[in-house]
Design a binder for this molecule. Sequence first.
Ligand SMILES: [Zn+2]
Length: 322
Amino acid sequence: MEAFFQQTRARALLSALLGQGRIGNALLFLGPAGAGQEEGAKALMMAANCPFPGSARDGGGLGDVFGDLSPCGRCPSCRRILGGNHPDYLVVRREGAFVKKGAVKDLLAMLALKPGEGRLRLAVIPEAARMNKEAANALLKSLEEPPAQTAFVLVAEGAADLLPTLVSRCRPVRFAPLAPGVVESFLTREKKAASEAAGICAKLSGGSLPRAAELLESGAWRRSRFFEERLSELLDGRAGDPLLRALLLSELMARSGKESAAESLDMIRGLLRCRLSDAGGKAARSACCAGLSAVESARRDLAGNVSPRLAMDGFFFSLLKN
Ligand SMILES: [Zn+2]
């Protein structure tokens, strides 16, 4: 629960909803991936079903996540939810690249049955943005009128990643990027990262534990200095012929294939976010924002059918336009 514990605002909102018994039909957890959203869904389910809320101020080792409404962490219900085998806690994950219609249909069939034992049944879709259109449409009606005692939790980085019809049926709950110090200590402790690597990955992760772990494990963090220098040449006007430099860089990034190009873009995203938080003037900030939106658009191109070279060229043209 360490990451969820950092989410003071999300915890306050959820505990208010719990206290008023107004969790509603559907919640949408928004924010960087792996910033405590799945822990939050579990904690919510535990708190709603625990017969002894607030009985252990340490939440049976989970921490005081919801004040007086915190789950005990020790009763059979809490333990089964924690262990991932509570019949009323349903999680739908993607198969391959997508959460497919079949998976959503299976979920709805389960939900058509009476809840097993809990007061609240929770259906969680951790990567809701990966639902294809058919899956999202299959879910729509149930979001509006869920079966008795049932609520949905959808998790996505941004509302723009989902169909507007889904978003409008959910109450948003915002999760903040985790502080670099929290990510860094996670990497040192859980991944046995050396301190230099942990510091760089934490800085570039955008406050997301899985992204930080990926940077570390792929070794991509080692290239951060290279990209930092190139970005600084391009954005601070230190390159003699920025367009030529950009095209060379584009070729270099595209040559190693789609996956590696996507990885480089993720790193550039992290670097741009760091620049944004350090940016002094309005012009510098707007250049960073334009760069960040160019990253997202190139990432979408890569996920689609655009060749790495075209996607990267497009990215650098947008970056330099400003
Ligand atoms: Zn309990």
